[in-house]
Design a binder for this molecule. Sequence first.
Ligand code: FEO
Length: 396
Amino acid sequence: MKPVEVKADVYWVGAVDWNIRDFHGYSTYKGTTYNAYLLKDEKIVLFDTVKKGFLSDLLHRIRNLGIEPEDIDYLVVNHVEPDHSGSLPEVIERIRPEKIFCSPMGEKAIQAHYHPGEAWPLTVVKSGETVSLGQRSITFLETRMLHWPDSMFSYIPEEKLLISSDAFGHHWATSERFDDQVDTAELMAHCAKYYANILLLYSPLVQKLLQKVAEMGLEIDTIAPDHGVIWRQDPGRILAAYDRWSRQETTNKAVVVYDTMWHSTEAMAKAVADGLVDGGMSVQLMSLKSCHRSDVITELLEASVLAVGSPTLNNGMLPTIADFLCYLKGLKPKNKVAAAFGSYGWSGEAVKQMTQALKDMKLEVLEGVRHQYVPDHEALAACRRLGQELAAQAGG
Ligand code: FEO
C-alpha cells in the first residue's frame, strides 16, 4: 500500500494489521490499523509510529515518498501505549531525530517503557504550545486520561487538521483510508465499540474536552486518528457521536446477557426478553458462550436496560458472568435500569450476588427472580413480568 495524501504534504504512512483478533481483551474481528502521519515542510515531522513488528511497513511507506528516515527532523509521540510506540527505539535509531515532542506525562511514560535516560532528545510540550515547521505549525493539546495520562493531540491550524491519537478512532483493517470510502453504518458500529470499551469510563473527561475544543474555536475539517479511517468528509459525525456517548444517553434498547448450565437460566433469559418486548423495548439476547464481553459492552452503550442471568455454581455465579460484571464495573456505566435472574439447585446465591454487583455500579436495580431447577410456566411468567417492569421503569 502506498502512502496516502491526507492534506497537502501530509501523508498517512501507517500499517494495517489484518490479522489481530484480540487487542488486550477487546475482540477485533476485522483487525485494526496503526496510523502514523508524515508532514513535509521546512522541517519533516513523523507523528507517532507503529506497533513493534510493523516497522518495515512504516519505513517502506516513508521511502515511497522519496524520504529517507534520516531526513526526518522531528518525531511527535502523541501516545506511548505500545501499539503506537512499540517500534520507537528502532525508529529513533534510524531517524536520529533532532527533537522528540511529547507531553510531560509522555516523557515519564517513555522513560518508564524504554528507559532511554538522556539518550533521546525528548522535548516536553504542554497544552497550547506551538512549534513552527516553516509554512506550518503544530499546536499541542494534552488530553490526559483520554485514555492514558500521556495522551495528546497535535493540531495543524494551517491545514485545519487534528491528529487525534486514539480519540475518534476504531479498530477496523481496511484498504480504504477515509470515511467517505467506507460504509458509514459499519464505520459507526466500529467507533461505538471502541468508545464503549476504551473510553466509556472517561466520559466526563470527554465532555470537558469537547467543550474545551469548542471554546478554543479550533477550525477542524479533518480528524486523523491513530486507528481506522480518517474523517475528512464528515468529522462532525464522530464529534456528535462522542458528545452523545459521553453523555451516556440511552434509547429504548435492552440487553439480556446470561450464561447457563442446563438451559434453565437460558429459558428464563428468553422470558425476560419477551417481557421487555411486551414493554416496547428493542432487545438483544446475548449468551456469553456465543458473545465476547466487548461485544456485549458495545450493545450496552446506548441501552437503558440490563438484565443479567446466571445459575448458581459452587455457591456463586458462573465465572463468565463474574468476568463480565468485573469488566462492566470498570467501565462505569450510567443511566441503566438493571436486574438479575437465574436458576439454582440448592443454595442459590447467584442472583443475590449479581444484584449486589449491579448495585455497586450505582445502577437502578430492581428485585430479581430466581427459581429452583427447571422453570415451569409460573416461573417463566415471573421472568416475563420482570422484563415488563424493567421496561416500565426505563420508560420503554
Ligand atoms: Fe491505540 Fe491507547 O493505544
